[in-house]
Design a protein around this ligand. Structure first.
Ligand code: PLP
Length: 472
């Protein structure tokens, strides 16, 4: 592709994105295709000669687009609001254009320093403890790709600390470490612990209360039982907004236990915590002064497209202890003088994309007030949906809904089969997309809004469910 072709196609591509997003609601939310259909439409072997871009793009429109789930669709009520926005897309484009690898300060000073700076901005905007700031004595923040990576990073730092600053020879062997988390925690917690060598038999899934939040007294009991068995509790995870139902584990109570017991406390704020941009939702972060590490995902509810997970710790020493390796080819005088951060030591991969650009663009171009307004609108839509559900005697709400997610099910449905069928039938129409979960042993439907969702879409989604409720 020549520079002039790139210019022409690039302009056309921006036009295409603008038109796509304007009309995204005209697509089926989820394509009605069978597994294997996309591959069957593609040539078995790769091309041997370059092809004109127009031909490639024609295939994109005829093969890829019809098989795409439209996450920006206003009736995408599923999973989480993984939204892009124009400033974010432009930041992403520039990041690709610059093509820098921000593995260390010297490989692109701007990538590192902008990242440090926007993470400090976010400490202020989310009302987080000063101990997370890069300017604090021992803390700091970094952008990870995902909450899963942030969690793993936290586990590795905690493991390093628990093993006395070693992962090879230590008085406390890996085989004695145990971790604690709520039974409602995300699967990434188990995955991280498995990767870190903590066997699944040494993960304690702590009971939750009738609101699906961790019971601190059950945590204390589990820790005591582990100690009595000669094991060493080292890491506990509190979820601030569980995946299934947005339950908030009681961070202050868990934090006090973690502090008394000398455990590393990780707070998984994943997708609900961008809400704390609005002061009325700051209660979510109560107890954060106890957290050793914390993560939240602007790529889930702030209009910053995937991937952008923010991770902070108050103990960067443990992070560096666990993850820093310095081969000759990565040495730099700036880092050795302690004058610069090398983010390659703050996470799993060496190579790092320039993700701070898109967050910076969103913070500056969309602005905090508009983001707060969007968050409040989503919460209001959820509350309105909840009142509609509550007044239909065929349905019941199954979990508290303090933020943007409502979980409900059909009432006359002892084995959950009708609720499952309802979700399946609604999704099959292509007019809306909901996800299923299981709460208290029974199926439930989850619904929440995305950036493009208006009241009319929520209303239409609810009307669809009401209509199908009598048919399942
Ligand atoms: N933690 C919670 C509470 C989640 O809901 C999710 C995903 O939905 C994750 C972690 C994992 O997120 P990611 O895809 O960023 O790894």
């Amino acid at each position: 592709m020549t520079p002039e072709e790139f210019r022409t196609q690039g302009h056309a591509m921006i036009d295409w994105i603008v038109d796509y997003l304007a009309g995204v609601g005209d697509h089926r939310v989820q394509p009605a295709i069978e597994p294997g259909a996309v591959r069957a439409a593609l040539p078995v072997s790769p091309p041997t000669e370059p092809e004109p871009f127009d031909r490639v793009f024609a295939d994109f429109e005829s093969i890829i687009l019809p098989a795409t789930t439209h996450w920006q669709h206003p009736s995408f009520f599923a999973y989480f609001p993984a939204n892009s926005s124009f400033p974010s897309i432009l930041g992403e484009l520039l990041s690709a254009g610059l093509g820098v690898n921000g593995m260390s300060w010297v490989t692109s000073p701007a990538a590192t320093e902008l990242e440090t700076h926007v993470l400090d901005w976010m400490v202020e905007l989310l009302g987080l403890p000063d101990a997370f700031r890069s300017t604090s004595e021992r803390g700091g923040g970094v952008i990870q790709a995902t909450a899963s990576e942030a969690t793993l990073t936290s586990i590795l730092a905690a493991r390093w600390k628990a093993m006395g600053g070693s992962i090879n020879s230590s008085a406390v062997g890996l085989e004695r470490l145990v971790a604690h988390s709520s039974a409602q925690a995300h699967s990434s917690i188990e995955k991280g612990l498995r990767i870190a060598g903590i066997g699944t038999e040494r993960i304690r899934w702590i009971d939750t209360d009738d609101q699906f939040a961790m019971k601190p007294e059950a945590l204390a009991e589990a820790i005591a039982a582990d100690r009595a068995a000669g094991l060493v509790p080292f890491w506990v995870c509190a979820t601030l907004g569980t995946t299934s139902s947005t339950a908030f584990d009681p961070l202050p109570a868990i934090g006090r236990i973690a502090r008394t017991e000398g455990l590393w406390l990780h707070a998984d704020g994943d997708e609900r915590d961008p809400a704390t941009l609005a002061p009325e939702f700051r209660w979510i972060n109560h107890g954060m002064e106890f957290a050793d590490s914390y993560c939240t995902n602007p790529h889930k509810w702030m209009g910053v497209n995937f991937d952008c997970d923010l991770f902070w710790t108050r103990d960067r020493g443990a992070l560096l202890g666990a993850l820093s390796i310095l081969p000759e080819y990565l040495r730099s005088t700036a880092a050795e003088a302690g004058a610069a951060i090398d983010y390659r030591d703050w996470g799993i991969p060496l190579g790092r994309r320039f993700r701070a650009l898109k967050l910076w663009f969103v913070l500056r171009c969309t602005g905090v007030a508009a983001t707060q307004e969007m968050l409040r609108r989503h919460v209001a839509l959820a509350q309105e949906l909840a009142t509609w559900v509550a007044t239909d005697e065929r349905f019941e709400i199954v979990a508290p809904h303090p933020v943007n997610l409502v979980c409900f099910r059909l009432l006359d449905d002892p084995d959950g089969a009708r609720t499952d069928a309802l979700i399946e039938r609604a999704n099959a129409t292509g007019d809306a997309l909901f996800t299923r979960t299981v709460l208290a042993g029974r199926s439930a439907l989850r619904s929440r809004s995305v950036l493009a969702t208006e009241r009319t879409h929520v209303e239409a989604g609810w009307t669809l469910l009401q209509r199908l409720a009598d048919e399942v």
